[in-house]
Design a protein around this ligand. Structure first.
Ligand code: V47
Ligand code: SF4
Length: 394
């Protein structure tokens, strides 16, 4: 047991009751999470986040940090919505809008495939030109050529939009996309579930109940998904905890969330900076640690290096995150809003960041099958790898 954790367990420590719950694997309540957010004792919060992560990973994997060799593919930045924090979506009059024709989608996928990626994370704006047929054709074409590549695509917001465009149910939309090659769903589009924050940010799309319903339907249809929370858009700590608890309830119901990703808003190209509080380093690290403690039914928490920056993402690993997301290839959404992180990371850089923080880099596929543990021989297959499994207790 680490020293800060031992200290937190002493009865006189202000967080001792919460520390005992974390050590015993007891579920935290709303008030526990609020007290953690109110505390400035970052060292204790880190120790508690790490303890929660250790319990979740088990003794063999407690030092593992996952990453994936993937790419982002954004077929269109035209969007019928106007969320105030979004610099990616481009109204036509700005003349910066694009929609990739099928051959361009395939060209981008082929460039990623040539680099050996095993996941395409494909999301775009809500654009009537990119209807259900567009995605069915694109998915089939990608899968025909690159069968081994996992297609993580379609936020709940896009499913909601395509269903309405087509006049069919969420489950019919999902079924058609799964038949065309959809393998899993990313977590984008959750923002902050609270309606008052959404109203101020002009978020008119998919409300919380529908976001959760669509993920639940996907889980029941047999595909996995992720969940996100966007901070720095005028939310309070109560809104963040409420957001996490709604996700935890949905996970209790349908169990298909793989990981939770706390996101941080960038403001370039938006007009919200003066109305909101930009998250501090403390806030971002607390989001990681507290989500690790509260979301006891999520297996993984991501430190999304594109938004945290490589250095803070590395530190987040000692707050309970066990995943650094992917190598990415080319990130557009956060960079449109002013992120100055690299557009991509080489696998070697990713592994160096993880290893130099004292963890074991583990290359995974989208659903957390191990592809390779750093130090092992590269695994040629795309499936769980015998060499990696055999060294699982490194
Ligand atoms: O849904 C929009 C957010 C999300 C801005 O599932 C912004 O594995 C920062 O969801 N500044 C897309 N963020 C990213 C996302 C994601 C990323 C990595 C992995 C996964 C996964 C999902 O980005 C959007 C929205 O919440 N966003 N505008 C902005 N200005
Ligand atoms: Fe459109 Fe999504 Fe941007 Fe909102 S966040 S404007 S829905 S692309």
């Amino acid at each position: 047991m680490s020293l800060p954790l031992e200290k937190a367990l002493v009865a006189s420590h202000p967080l001792s009751d919460i520390a005992s719950k974390v050590v015993d694997g007891e579920r935290l309540c709303f008030d526990d999470a609020i007290r953690l957010y109110q505390s400035a004792d970052l060292v204790t919060i880190a120790a508690l986040g790490c303890q929660a992560r250790r319990r979740k990973a088990g003794p063999d994997k407690e030092k593992w940090v996952y990453y994936i060799h993937n790419m982002h593919l954004n077929p269109t930045n035209l969007c019928i919505e106007n969320c105030r924090f979004c610099s990616y979506a481009s109204p036509t009059e700005k003349n910066k809008g694009y929609t990739l024709p099928l051959d361009k989608v395939l060209e981008e996928a082929a460039a990623g495939a040539a680099l050996g990626i095993n996941e395409i994370h494909m999301v775009g704006g809500l654009n009537p030109a990119c209807d259900l047929k567009y995605y069915e054709v694109a998915f089939r074409a990608i899968k025909e050529r690159f069968r081994h590549i996992h297609l993580k695509s379609m936020t709940a917001v896009e499913i909601d939009y395509l269903s309405r465009l087509e006049g069919i149910s969420y489950s019919q939309t999902l079924e058609r996309l799964i038949a065309a090659g959809l393998d899993s769903m990313p977590g984008g589009g959750a923002e902050i579930f609270d309606e008052s924050v959404r109203e101020k940010m002009a978020v008119k799309k998919t409300p919380a109940s529908v976001y959760l319903e669509i993920h639940g339907i996907a889980h029941n249809l047999g595909i996995k998904s992720n969940a996100t929370m966007l901070t720095g858009i005028g939310e309070s700590i109560e809104h963040k905890v409420d957001h996490m608890l709604r996700l935890r309830e949905q996970q209790d119901r349908t169990g298909g969330f793989l990981c939770f990703i706390p996101l941080k808003c960038y403001y370039e190209g938006t007009d919200i900076k003066d109305e909101v509080q930009e998250p501090t380093g403390y806030d971002l690290l607390k989001d990681v640690a507290i989500s690790r403690m509260v979301l006891d039914n999520f297996d993984h928490i991501k430190a999304y290096w594109i938004q945290l920056g490589e250095k803070l993402a590395q530190i987040a690993l000692s707050f309970g995150a066990d995943d650094m997301d992917g190598t990415i290839g080319q990130e557009k959404i956060t960079h449109a809003a002013g992120a100055d992180t690299p557009l991509k990371l080489a696998k070697e850089s990713m592994e160096y960041l993880i290893a130099s923080a004292g963890y074991i880099p583990v290359e995974r596929d989208t659903v957390y099958n191990v592809r390779r543990i750093a130090g092992d021989k590269p695994c040629a297959s795309g499936t769980p790898c015998a060499c990696a499994q055999s060294s699982a207790s490194v």
